[in-house]
Design a protein around this ligand. Structure first.
Ligand code: OAD
Length: 249
């Protein structure tokens, strides 16, 4: 049985600009824990106030640096899943038709780029500690917090609670959201702002909203299409149904 109705397939094929917002659920099938899921989410085991705030880093830089370095090494062992590959394929198809495709992510794992997606807008930074001289998938650090070549303390490249999102990335994301005809919200709870505000903006600007999530979210009732399922299963099928091919490896 087809997953998508004709209206959704037509929208995927005819939109001049598709914007996509991804969240931790998209990387879940790669083995990366989500944040708020009741049993497996990171924030059900740890208090973000102890690990993901500038105050936590000031209070206990070693603890915070060790936690993020463990995550960095864990993520380095993970590979993109079929959902990441389907989005990269969708981008290739849309761009090859001379249309626009914008991928905005809250994820800090760079798995979209590893799958081949281009020009990804990273709203929450990246796990790889700031500074180009850090090997992305290099070994664990031996000093906590690690030092920068200038002698200063190096911190994770993620946006922490209470911090502003990178201004340029947010602006780019808002512009794209304001001009798309189809907005896809994938594997995100839609409760963390300002990223979740993109969904509101898309709807205000008359875009159609497609949500793919394992469960209902605060955005589900406003979505034109709300598909329950794993993005790693749903996205390859959607691309195949809309464009007649499924080139996932
Ligand atoms: P959560 O981890 O709280 O939510 C993950 C969402 O993905 C939930 O709605 C799940 O139902 C859904 N999900 C899980 N596995 C899925 C799958 N295989 N396919 C489809 N959906 C799936 O993440 P968010 O609240 O969306 O920020 O995260 C937003 C931000 O909050 C994160 O970027 C992170 C976190 O704190 C920072 O670290 C700055």
């Amino acid at each position: 049985m087809p997953l998508a109705d004709n209206e959704l397939l037509e929208c995927l094929r005819s939109a001049d600009h598709i914007a996509v917002l991804t969240g931790p659920g998209v990387s879940a099938e790669s083995g990366i824990p989500t944040f708020r899921d009741a049993l497996s989410g990171l924030w059900s085991k740890y208090d973000p106030a102890d690990l993901a705030t500038p105050e936590a880093f000031a209070r206990d830089p070693e603890l915070v640096a060790r936690w993020y370095d463990e995550r960095r090494c864990m993520v380095a062992r993970c590979r993109p899943n079929s959902g990441h590959f389907a989005l990269a394929e969708l981008q290739r198809i849309i761009l090859s038709q001379g249309k626009r495709f914008t991928l905005i992510t809250q994820n800090v794992d760079r798995l979209h780029q590893a799958a081949g997606s281009k020009d990804v807008i990273e709203l929450h930074g990246t796990l790889w500690l700031c500074g180009d001289d850090v090997e992305e998938r290099g070994p664990a650090f031996t000093e906590f917090p690690p030092r920068c070549s200038c002698g200063g303390r190096r911190r994770p490249g993620v946006v922490w609670f209470g911090e502003k999102l990178p201004g340029h990335a947010l602006l780019q994301a808002q512009k794209a959201t304001g001009s798309c005809q189809l907005f896809m919200s994938l594997g995100t709870s839609s409760v963390v702002y300002p990223a979740a505000g993109l969904v509101d903006l898309a709807i205000q600007n008359g875009a159609k909203l497609l949500e793919v999530n394992l469960q209902e979210t605060v955005s589900s009732s406003r979505a034109h299409w709300s598909i329950r399922g794993k993005t790693g299963e749903v996205l390859p099928r959607l691309v195949a149904e809309a464009f007649g091919k499924d080139k996932n490896p």
